[in-house]
Design a protein around this ligand. Sequence first.
Ligand SMILES: [Fe+2]
Ligand SMILES: [Fe+2]
Length: 263
Amino acid sequence: MSFNVLMVGDIVGRPGRKILTEMLPRFRADYSIHFAVVNAENAASGKGITKSIAEDFLSLGADVLTLGNHVWDNKDILGSLDNERLLRPANYPPVGVPGHGIFRCQLPSGVKITVVHLMGRVFMTPIDCPFRTMDKILEEVAPGEIVLVDFHAEATSEKKALACYLDGRVSVLCGTHTHVQTADEQILPNGTAFISDIGMTGPHAGIIGMRSKEILERFLTQMPAKYEVGEGDEKFQALFVQLNEQTGKAVTVERINFDVQQD
Ligand SMILES: [Fe+2]
Ligand SMILES: [Fe+2]
């Protein structure tokens, strides 16, 4: 029997929240999803997440929420990081950082799942090594258990490198952060499903989810300008993976790029 996983790309602002509210329950039903991981680092006006948004997402069908480099943008998050289903990157320094980067559970069916959230180091702020962090995490995971990784990183090379390093040791490694979906979804030789970036759930008409006006101002003047969430060309972007429940390895992988407005 297959175990069906949905990994959803960064939810951006109010348009992204609306899309997720409409699409997640529908995709859960249509694809017989057993477990859904949603990247929510841009859910609150494009920057971070609030306690109430996190609760909404979890109640509408997300099993685990991941964040990323915008984790600290909304101070409201600090009261929510004790929620075991809301993850910040696991490779922050081991002492003095609130929250956690790993979620583990055993479903009523007996299936054991570990979700890990990691952040990259290439063109990102300095953080502990994601490769060695993952080695340490996997010491606690038995062979055959399902392991889902959201690797929040800029460089495609770093994402593919971590996927190759973990091939056969994790079930799924999805890149997030760039908001641009890549067309390289694949199952690696030892059974790990991979995509460099899932993409973004939100408005694609501007520049990676934001209105283009302020971003252009910043490029043209090098002066600060407050970003505003964009609108138009709304898409639900995700990765659907069927796993072998016994081995935890990927059987099929499908990239989802659903145009909400054409529905
Ligand atoms: Fe993002
Ligand atoms: Fe990000």
